[in-house]
Design a protein around this ligand. Structure first.
Ligand code: TYD
Ligand code: MG
Length: 449
């Protein structure tokens, strides 16, 4: 096949060059040139324009329910919003070794319909070995070890599977481009071509993507724009638990969470995830506070731990794992100003147990109380669950879906809950509610229970 011409386009000024330069020859910006395929100039440039496509009133467009294709794994369906949709392109991104290949191999094996697993990372034998070891019913799965895009597209056209897995998008290369597999241009071009195939044939394509150290999907952000669904596969590699989270979904809600455990028999779904993120202390310990959080639509109880200790250096350290660093600094300032709790000469570390990442502001109150508990060396007594956002004025702001958080806490045997007054929660049998308006009131409530 004749190789298409490459050009190098500057992302700053849009100028193009025929070879790569470290700095754009037109505007001088450094490192902005990236390879793209040169568009052939149209032979019909001076022909009369094609007739315009007629717009249709939105209300007159017939819609039907999206036919969902269950992926065969309940937790994955939950994240996808009920299953795969014909023609959907989903990206599963995660660190190397987290279990992406395992999850999608299990998924295609459990499918009722035809599927094609395309691997550029492992040989067919390696995949077959894994399938045997996991005792997967792999009767319907077809396998292809290939990294060249044009051959993969041809195979997809010939086989017309309902579902295809590409493992991974970073190993593919198109003949049309000179750059190496995994480069921005290659990843973008391969994803765009595969998307076209998916839409044309109604094949649902699951792309596996690696993430860089900084947590971004290797290759361009533009990959996230091309695909319909972006799933992040997270979890502490040293613990068995894995979370699949939807961060973009054109066919369902985002921030849904699927919880898995990695076992020697592959990934197993976890039915009661709240139990995972609570550590089992023999007695109450200082610096631990249970947060009733939401993951998508699902309430989840997560233990927040804080350690406040005399600073070892003139500038005290503030470190958070699984929680936002900037919010930690803000909460420390609020605690100082509005509750009289000073940590200027203390190192402060906070951590969300179980490798879960919490982005919602409703974690504020639990983080604050964990810090107070560690600083004063007083455990938060009994089984207390906490949620609520803390504002800069020291007020405790309401959090969405408060009642559902409470129900989850009651279900797991919690006896008390410190909650924002503004949530106006209805009482739940067996759960004592302590509604607070301000952060100092919440700190005081800790001493009273
Ligand atoms: P893998 O799916 O190859 O990860 P990825 O494709 O994301 O790079 O999974 C790799 C890890 O999972 C490997 O370190 C071993 C572990 N693992 C298990 O613990 N149990 C199993 O049954 C399998 C298949 C893998
Ligand atoms: Mg893999």
């Amino acid at each position: 096949m004749a190789r298409a011409k490459s050009v190098y386009v500057c992302s700053e000024c849009g100028a193009s060059a025929l070879q790569w330069f470290g700095a754009c020859p037109a505007c001088g910006a450094a490192g902005t040139l990236s390879e793209t395929i040169a568009e052939r100039s149209s032979a019909h440039r001076y022909a009369p324009p094609a007739p315009a496509a007629a717009p249709v009133p939105l209300a007159e467009i017939e819609t039907r329910e999206l036919g969902r294709l269950p992926s065969g794994i309940g937790e994955l369906d939950r994240v996808l919003g009920g299953g795969l949709v014909a023609g959907q392109v989903a990206l599963l991104a995660g660190d190397p070794g987290i279990g992406k290949s395992t999850l999608l191999l299990q998924c295609v094996s459990a499918l009722e319909s035809s599927s094609l697993y395309i691997s550029g990372e492992e040989s067919a034998q390696q995949i077959a070995l894994r399938a045997r070891r996991l005792a997967l019913p792999a009767g319907r799965v077809r396998l292809l070890a290939e990294i060249q895009l044009e051959r993969i597209v041809a195979a997809l056209e010939a086989e017309r599977p309902r579902v295809a897995v590409i493992d991974s998008i970073q190993t593919l290369y198109s003949e049309q481009m000179q750059s190496a597999p995994g480069s921005v241009a290659q990843v973008r071009e391969c994803a765009a071509q595969l998307t076209r195939v998916a839409k044309r044939n109604g094949t649902a394509i699951l792309l596996i993507g690696h993430v860089t150290k900084e947590g971004a999907i290797a290759g361009p952000r533009v990959l996230e724009h091309i695909v319909d669904t972006v799933l992040h596969f997270e979890g502490d590699p040293h613990s068995a638990f894995r979370l699949v989270r939807a961060v973009k979904n054109r066919f369902g809600a985002v921030n849904e969470l699927g919880v898995f455990a990695m076992t020697e028999k592959g990934l197993r779904t976890v039915s009661n995830p709240s139990a995972l993120f609570l550590s089992q202390h023999e007695r109450d310990v200082a610096g631990s506070c249970v947060l009733a959080t939401l993951e998508g639509t699902r309430p989840l109880l997560v233990e927040i731990q804080a350690l406040v200790d005399a600073a070892q250096a003139p500038t005290p350290r503030r470190l958070s794992v699984g929680l936002e660093q900037n919010r930690l600094a803000m909460l420390l300032a609020v605690l100082h100003r509005h509750a009289g709790i000073a940590t200027v000469d203390q190192d402060v570390f906070v951590n969300a147990v179980g490798g879960v990442r919490i982005a919602e502001p409703a974690a504020d109150l639990a983080v604050s109380l964990a810090i107070v508990s560690s600083l004063t060396d007083r455990p938060i007594p009994g089984r207390v669950a906490v949620f609520g956002e803390v504002g800069l004025a020291g007020e405790v702001r309401p959090a969405p879906r408060g009642q559902e958080r409470l129900k989850e806490a009651a279900k797991l045997g919690f006896e008390r809950a410190i909650v924002p007054k503004a949530n106006r929660l209805k009482p739940i049998a067996g759960l004592v509610l302590i509604a607070v308006e301000r952060v100092d009131r919440a700190v005081q409530a800790l001493r009273e229970i």
